[in-house]
Design a protein around this ligand. Structure first.
Ligand code: FRU
Length: 441
């Protein structure tokens, strides 16, 4: 079943979000896409646009594999000052070219002057080449204080992230390396840097995030909070987990526009490279998380990332009722948002006729989610996170996924699932308020 309110392409493979940029009233979401099938390969940039971050419209492929070179992950900017000479307000994509005939990855650019509908690859590509096999995922943004472009990019196999600067998106100079310290796991991908507001203050700090392919806790999406002076990132925290589930990967954000609290919004791929190939074929494979607003909160003196599902997504639901869990089986719409009280110990489980199970338990301030799938046992997984801040626990449930947000955004957990059928049995203990999705014709 297709997700009812998450973005998934009409057909074929989707993975990392790429080139997230707002321009002229449109939120653009490019993403890793295989135009030729449901497996990873022929990587190109798919494209969708939205007016409100809730409803998406799929457009034709924006950047296609060509000349033995796949289009790997990257970012996009609007070059308001025409620094690169592609035209005023040109949209410039900065991506990794990945050769298919030899192990070689380099950074390249392409420009569009028709609102991202068509791109022209720069004839002077590559713009940054270390002649390496694993050098990828450029994340570029404009740094206004020093009036230069900044790129964070990874030497994946060496678990290293470098920062470069450029006046024109073409000529790049290495500035510094992001401190790695005791980062767990191996193979760094998809770095992302962004300045975030601290709740209840006028202060900001920078967040540096990187995804670790294997051996890191949660979804492998690790971050540190610190200072960035235009050249060097100086961490003030240890490595922390952005999402405690198994499938929130390669997240990046739209740097602008921000909401009234100064928060940008980001989105992640609800998948991971270990399980994705085992999922049943349905004509398409992979979906994006809901967009999440990002900010920082001081908790016990430490800065932590807090995420809130983009409020515009609530407009997708228009009906609510309180379920008394514990009264046996309750049919629940497969596309719902449930709210549980986070204070009391409580549990609920979702099952389908094939014996698939998503079991969520909150016991003594710890949330445990057990995912079992007798049809696709590679999905069997247990995720946990501490929820200490009280408040409600939001469970955003859709065909194919479950996103849990607790502690007013300080604790998030994202999982895929294959529960099938129109309505799933919900059993539980306690009370849950359920918001059902509006099904429009
Ligand atoms: C992360 C990743 C990136 C790479 C892309 C290729 O999922 O491996 O490092 O650019 O996917 O599809």
């Amino acid at each position: 079943m297709r997700p009812a309110y998450h973005y998934a392409p009409a057909a074929n493979w989707l993975s990392d979000p790429n080139g997230l940029i707002w321009h002229d009233g449109e939120w653009h979401m490019f993403y890793q896409y295989n135009p030729h099938g449901e497996d990873w390969g022929h990587m190109s940039w798919g494209h969708a646009v939205s007016k409100d971050l809730a409803q998406w419209c799929e457009l034709p492929v924006a950047l296609a594999e060509e000349d033995n070179t796949m289009i790997f992950s990257g970012s996009a900017v609007i070059d308001y000052a025409n620094s690169a000479g592609f035209g005023a307000d040109a949209m410039v994509a900065i991506y990794t070219g990945a050769r298919t005939d030899r192990p070689h990855q380099f950074q390249a650019i392409a420009s569009s002057t028709d609102r991202g509908r068509t791109f022209t690859k720069f004839s002077g590509n590559p713009v940054l080449d270390r002649k390496m096999a694993d050098f990828r995922d450029p994340s570029v943004f404009w740094h206004e204080p020093l009036r230069q472009w900044i790129m964070a990019v990874v030497l994946s196999d060496e678990n290293r992230a470098l920062i470069y600067s450029s006046p024109d998106l073409k000529d790049w100079r290495e500035l510094s390396e992001v401190p790695r310290d005791d980062a767990p796991g191996h193979l760094w991908e998809c770095p992302y840097m962004v300045e975030l507001p601290i709740e209840g203050s006028d202060e900001t700090r920078w967040l540096f995030k990187v995804d670790v392919l294997s051996g890191a806790p949660g979804s492998g999406s690790l971050y540190r909070v610190g200072q960035f002076d235009g050249a060097r990132f100086t961490p003030e925290t240890t490595w922390l987990v952005a999402d405690h589930g198994d499938e929130f990967y390669a997240a990046i954000g739209w740097q602008e526009p921000r909401d009234s609290m100064g928060r940008p919004v980001w989105v992640g791929w609800m998948g991971n490279h270990a399980v994705q190939k085992h999922l049943p074929k349905q004509g398409w494979r992979g979906a994006m998380s809901l967009p999440r607003r990002m900010g920082l909160r001081r908790i016990d003196g430490h800065l932590r990332l807090v995420q809130q599902i983009e409020p515009a997504c609530r407009a997708l639901f228009d009906q609510s009722e309180t379920l008394q869990l514990g009264e046996g089986c309750h049919p629940v719409s497969a596309a719902s948002m449930l709210q549980l009280s986070g204070q009391a110990d409580t549990w609920l489980s979702l099952t389908d006729d094939a014996g698939r199970l998503i079991d969520c338990r909150i016991v003594s301030g710890r949330l445990t989610v057990i995912r079992r799938d007798p049809v696709t046992p590679q999905l069997d997984h247990v995720s946990t996170m501490d929820i200490t801040g009280g408040g409600v626990v939001e469970i955003w449930l859709d065909h194919g996924s479950i996103e849990i947000v607790a502690d007013r955004g300080a604790a998030c957990l994202t999982l895929q699932h294959c529960l099938s059928g129109e309505a799933w049995a919900l059993r539980g203990d306690g009370a849950a308020r359920a918001f059902y999705i509006r099904i429009s014709a």
